[in-house]
Write a new protein. Structure first.
Ligand code: NDP
Length: 252
């Protein structure tokens, strides 16, 4: 690949890269020329094999993003082993479902730890050497439609994803003039393990499809393209954007 979207010479750290949206982002960045460090708590063998098949270079970094200290250490270890990282994709995320009145502290904390706390401290760890050396970098946070809407029975998820949108804007304001582009992608209904139960429920599936202007579920690869754009020179003046990739869901 050449030109505006060429990521040769760049090194990305993608969290939750073993499956779903994270895997698709890892593959898209790899196909665009970046080296990809695939980070998460499960084996990355499948993603590494796909990267190899595409002629791209990938590495595994195993850690649990529920523990922000472990996340920081894993990131630092990866940078020491493979060299400076200049693209950070905060994709790992979880959801817990219960009515607001029945929501437990554990279901609140578990979601916040992975979806928001580790994300912030990874951004900080990623940015420090870049800001100190006047280098350049890209942060992409994975938000959600629920960064903009309420949802039902997903209190901690909605709060975490609204938090991601706010955090993305704050970091963009602090770092836009200092060489780091911070943006977010807000996926709509994407066909992954995460949404399998919704798709299996015929009535829910039909209701969702009726409301998506594009008339289909998104594919994880639809998010990969947006990640390549935001990592590329084409997005050099894009800062603090939370870009919906949702088949038009939010436009309705
Ligand atoms: P998946 O459930 O398929 O993937 C989630 C990823 O996060 C997995 O790789 C999972 O690893 C990883 N992960 C979760 N908890 C941890 C942890 N403690 N430590 C390390 N890794 C962890 O879901 P999606 O691909 O659909 O979701 C990816 C992102 O996109 C999430 O942030 C989600 O909120 C967001 N999103 C998804 C939408 C959709 O419709 N699918 C819509 C809007 C946003 P493991 O496999 O080991 O559990």
């Amino acid at each position: 690949m050449s030109g505006l979207f060429d990521l040769s010479g760049r090194r990305a750290f993608v969290t939750g890269a073993n499956t779903g949206i994270g895997q698709a982002i890892a593959l898209s960045l790899g196909e665009a020329g970046a080296q990809v460090i695939c980070a998460g708590r499960s084996s990355m063998a499948g993603t590494l094999a796909k990267l190899k098949e595409a002629g791209a270079t990938g590495f595994e970094c195993l850690t649990d993003f529920a523990d922000k200290d472990a996340a920081i250490k894993a990131f630092e270890r990866a940078a020491e082993t493979h060299g400076p990282i200049d693209i950070l994709v905060n994709n790992a995320g979880i959801i817990r479902r219960a009515d607001a009145l029945d929501f437990t502290e554990a279901d609140w904390d578990d979601v916040m730890d992975v979806n928001l706390k580790s994300v912030f401290f990874l951004c900080q760890t990623f940015a420090r050497p870049i800001l100190n050396s006047k280098a350049e970098g890209t942060i992409i946070n994975i938000a959600s439609m629920l960064s903009f809407q309420g949802g039902i029975r997903v209190a901690s998820y909605t709060a975490s994803k609204s938090g991601i949108a706010g955090l993305t804007k704050l970091l963009a304001c602090e770092w836009a003039g200092k060489g780091i582009n911070v943006n977010a992608i807000a996926p709509g209904y994407i066909s992954t393990n995460n949404t399998e139960a919704l798709r299996a429920d015929q009535q829910r599936n039909d209701d969702i499809l009726k409301r998506i202007p594009a008339g289909r579920w998104g594919e994880a690869s639809d998010i990969g393209g947006a990640a390549v754009f935001l990592s590329s020179k084409a997005a050099r003046y894009v800062h603090g954007a939370v870009i919906p990739v949702d088949g038009g869901w939010l436009a309705r």
